[in-house]
Design a protein around this ligand. Structure first.
Ligand code: HEC
Length: 286
């Protein structure tokens, strides 16, 4: 626990013991009220502020690893990824993430950062990405980011401070957004949940986690502009692909395919909703 967290924990404990002492001392007066929702929100806000120090964000380790992977000659073709076209022409990484997902004419489909980087690894470096697709996420608990997570962190960080500028004008892009929207509202599986069930109302919470309401442009922007993120609770860097996979798991759906059409469509739909938002990555979250 960081000194800051200790301080917060101490404040909470101290406040609680003061309250107990007071209630014993003044047995006639009503017992103290439990913390209100507003208090909880304020404490959470304080906690978020404490973990948001970019200078101590372990997510930047992944960014550095990603840069090394990007510029190191690897694979059967012994090539670097420096000629990878992320949409702004071969070799341009700056600002590319801000325009993803997007349509790529060379493959005839819409891709997000993950699917495009994998494609570059296959075509430029000759790497078989099957094992990466099978285990794309680092296990929780302080493990270093996987190759693909690190590469996404590096590419995304090169759009840091920029505004989301995914155009979604190409017919295939519009198709992806429409598919993402349909999927967002589609109820299924054991609980008959859709994404909308948990993210379709302002102010919904699961335990202490506020669930973003994506119809609010502000919430959509704050959410989408902050992935990849370093998840403190998992001690791992996480990308949007992981978030969508995790939410499908929460819906008790079968594992959603990594970098699949479904995940890219959902990312396209949510990115469209976040239009105009600023990218601040890697962020750090609960
Ligand atoms: C059972 C409830 C539930 C459902 C259904 C659900 N989610 Fe989530 N979602 C969560 C929880 C819980 C979080 C994490 C909140 C936290 O830890 O702060 C979350 C977080 C997210 C985030 C990141 C929010 C942030 O603050 O950065 C995104 C994006 C997201 N969900 C998308 C989806 C999509 C897309 C679907 C449908 C495929 C979906 N969710 C379905 C519960 C749900």
């Amino acid at each position: 626990m960081s000194p800051g967290l200790f301080a917060l924990a101490r404040t909470v404990v101290t406040a609680a013991s003061v309250a107990v002492t007071l209630s014993i001392a003044t047995a006639q007066t009503p017992a103290p009220q439990p913390a209100t929702e507003e208090d909880a929100d304020k404490l959470l806000e304080k906690y978020r502020a404490m973990i948001s120090d970019p200078m101590s964000n372990p997510g930047y380790l992944a960014v550095d690893t990603g840069e090394t992977l990007w510029t190191t000659a690897r694979g059967p073709k012994n090539a670097t990824l420096e000629t990878c076209d992320l949409g702004k022409g071969p070799g341009t990484v700056d600002g590319a993430y801000a325009e993803l997902p997007r349509y790529f004419a060379d493959v005839g489909r819409v891709m997000d950062a993950e699917s495009r980087i994998l494609w570059c690894m296959e075509t430029i470096q000759g790497i078989d990405t099957t094992p990466i697709r099978k285990k794309p996420f680092a296990s929780s608990g302080g493990n270093p980011a996987t190759e693909i997570e690190a590469l996404v962190a590096y590419v995304a960080n090169k759009s840091n401070g920029m505004k989301y500028a995914a155009r979604m004008e190409h017919p295939k892009e519009r198709e992806a957004v429409a598919l993402g929207e349909a999927l967002f509202y589609r109820r299924s599986s054991l609980n008959d949940f859709s994404c909308q069930t948990c993210h379709g109302q302002e102010g919904q919470r699961i335990r202490l986690q506020t669930l973003p309401f994506f119809d609010s442009p502000k919430a959509a922007q704050a959410t989408m502009g902050t992935w990849p993120t370093y998840r403190v609770s998992q001690a791992s860097l996480r990308t949007m692909q992981h978030r969508i996979w995790d939410c499908y798991w929460q819906m008790r759906m079968p594992d959603v395919g990594y970098a699949s059409e479904v995940t890219v469509a959902l990312a396209a739909y949510l990115t469209k909703k976040a239009e105009g938002g600023t990218i601040e990555v890697p962020s750090i979250k609960r």
